[in-house]
Design a binder for this molecule. Structure first.
Ligand SMILES: [Zn+2]
Ligand SMILES: [Zn+2]
Length: 100
C-alpha cells in the first residue's frame, strides 16, 4: 500500500476560502492565456513552502478551461510549468496583504 502524504485539513478554512476568492477576483489565469480566473488549482508539484499534499495556501488562480486542460495533461508542464513557484508567490502576497 502506498502511503500518501497526510492530507491535513481536507477542507479549506474560512480564511483560506477568502484567500482563494481574493486570488480569483484579483488575478487573471496564471497560465498566461489572458482569461479571467474562475477557480483555484492546488499545485501538484512539490515545493519547500508546501506543507501538505493538498495545501490550501499553495494554489494558483486559473480559468476553468485551463484547469481542465492541466488535469487532462496530468502534470504542470508546458504553459503550466512553474505553477508551484507561482503559488508560493501568491501565498507570500496573501501573507503580506493580511489574507493568510
Ligand atoms: Zn489560462
Ligand atoms: Zn487542480
Amino acid at each position: 500500500m502506498v502511503r500518501l502524504k497526510a492530507r491535513y485539513n481536507p477542507k479549506p478554512t474560512a480564511q483560506e476560502k477568502a484567500f482563494h476568492l481574493w486570488l480569483i477576483e484579483s488575478f487573471p489565469c496564471a497560465c498566461g492565456c489572458g482569461q479571467a480566473s474562475t477557480l483555484v488549482h492546488h499545485v501538484l508539484a512539490s515545493h519547500p513552502a508546501k506543507r501538505w499534499r493538498r495545501d490550501h495556501a499553495m494554489v494558483v488562480p486559473l480559468h476553468w478551461t485551463c484547469h481542465n486542460a492541466l488535469h487532462a495533461k496530468g502534470s504542470e508542464t508546458g504553459k503550466f510549468a512553474g505553477m508551484a513557484d507561482k503559488a508560493a508567490q501568491f501565498r507570500q502576497m496573501g501573507i503580506e496583504e493580511g489574507k493568510l
